[in-house]
Each structure stands twice: as C-alpha cells, then as structure tokens.
Ligand binder design. Structure first.
Ligand SMILES: N[C@@H](CCC(=O)N[C@@H](CS)C(=O)NCC(=O)O)C(=O)O
Length: 242
C-alpha cells in the first residue's frame, strides 16, 4: 500500500494520474495547505521542503518502507516500481527524463507563478502587472515549445509516459491563464487525447471537493502559504510541535 500526501493541485494530480494509470493501491492523506498541514512534524519527516506531493510506500524495494518527495522523483519511483511509462532502454529513457525535468524545472514553476498572480496576488496590495505579464509570456513560450515538439510525435517523449502525465495538469488551467489553446494546434490535439483517458480523469478527480482555485482564502491562509521565509517556517513548525 502506498500513502499519498496530497492536495488537489496540479503537482498532486501528476501523482494521482500515475497511480490510477498503474492501477496502484493507494491511500490519500489529505493536506490542508491553507491551514499549515505541510508543517506537521510527521509530514516534514517525509517531505523536508514542506511541499506536497509525497509518498510512503510500505512495500518498497527489499520489502522495506521508503519515502519519496518531489513529484518528478515520485513519478520515476512509481514508473520503476510498476515497470510502466518509463522505457528501460537508455536512449528512450533519457528522452522521457528530458521532458520530465523540463516540466519540473520549467513548465511547472512558470505556470505556478501565473497561477499565483492570477489567483492570489490580487489579495495583496501593489501593481502586479509586470510580474503577471512576465510569467504569462513564459507560460505561452513553453506551450509553444510543447506544440512544436508535438508536431513531430504524438506524445512529448515517444510513447505516452510520465512526462505527459507531469505536463497535463499544468496545461489544464490554460483558460484561467487567458491562453487560447486553438493557436497551439498540436498541443490542443495532445490535450484532447489525454483528457479522454479514463485513468487520467480519475486521477484528476481525486479530492475534487477540496479544490479552491484561490477562492475563500483568509488572511491567515494567505500568510501561511505566501508569507513563507526562514523565520515564518520556524514559527509554523514550533506551532505544530506544541
Ligand atoms: N517541486 C515540487 C513543488 C511542489 C509544490 O509546490 N507543492 C505545493 C502545492 S502545488 C505545496 O505543497 N505548497 C505548500 C506550501 O506552499 O506551503 C514538486 O514538484 O513536487
């Protein structure tokens, strides 16, 4: 059995999609990020970066328990455990890893910043227009990169793989991020093909009722999520340790 520490956000969906695609047995442990669950001592032992997703596999290698944090590492772990969606042959494997790293180092963080400026920054004083534009441009550029590669093949790295599963959740928000997907013909085709996969849909639906798209935030939840620095983290951890 795999325990998944999870909130219904794009980084969480990457893992529920993969678990569903592998028909894995898993238990969701919901985290309320606005309430600071990511600072609990139990969770920090698994994910020292106070970010979800993270997993505990009670039947890891050599039948021992193993913890994994960072969505990219979790996807590789699951792909190796189930022998699916990551080819073994080095040339093909590194194609998938290239696009997986591209997602975790580029598409994810840039789209995450767009999400921040669209969904959350309006709660804070000041003119955010430069920052919002900067990240929207970068998101647009990255979607173009996907579109170009998808002109030459059906999936990002050959066959359907963990690279596609990692990228899909960050494309789903295109409407909220004011992108017209029509201008990316190949990406649109890829998106429609993936969205019709039953396992992917099941993955995206996990914990649906707790999705909030930045709505219903309180002063306290905004502070917990966006006021983080070394000092605030120490305070949160102390609070959870009491
Ligand atoms: N690089 C990390 C990013 C994970 C991440 O940013 N998770 C967010 C939710 S999407 C989180 O846990 N936020 C908690 C917080 O901001 O304290 C990964 O790919 O796993």
């Amino acid at each position: 059995m795999i325990d998944l520490y999870y909130a219904p956000t794009p980084n969480g969906w990457k893992i529920t999609i993969m678990l569903e695609e592998c028909s894995a047995q898993y238990k969701v442990i919901p985290l309320n990020l606005g309430k600071g669950d990511q600072f609990s001592p139990e969770f920090l032992k698994i994910s020292p970066n106070n970010r979800m997703p993270a997993i505990v596999d009670h039947n890891g290698p050599h039948d021992e328990e193993i913890n994994v944090f960072e969505s990219g590492a979790i996807l590789v772990y699951l792909a190796e455990k189930f022998g699916k969606f990551l080819p073994k042959e080095p040339k093909e494997k590194f194609k998938v890893l290239e696009w997986l790293f591209w997602q975790v180092g580029g598409l994810g963080p840039m789209a995450g910043q767009v999400s921040h400026f669209v969904n959350y920054a309006p709660n804070f004083p000041g003119d955010h227009s430069y920052s919002e534009k900067r990240y929207k441009n970068e998101y647009d550029r990255l979607l173009h990169v996907m579109d170009s590669i998808l002109e030459t093949r059906d999936y990002l790295a050959g066959d359907y793989s963990i690279a596609d599963m990692a990228s899909f959740p960050w494309v789903t928000a295109y409407k909220r991020y004011e992108v017209d997907l029509k201008k990316f013909k190949n990406l649109r085709k890829w998106f429609d093909k993936l969205k019709n996969r039953p396992a992917l849909r099941r993955g995206m639906d996990v914990g649906k009722e707790a999705r909030n798209f930045g709505q219903n935030q309180t002063k306290e939840s905004l502070k917990i999520m966006f006021g983080q620095n070394s000092q605030s983290i120490k305070e949160q951890i102390e609070k959870k340790n009491k």
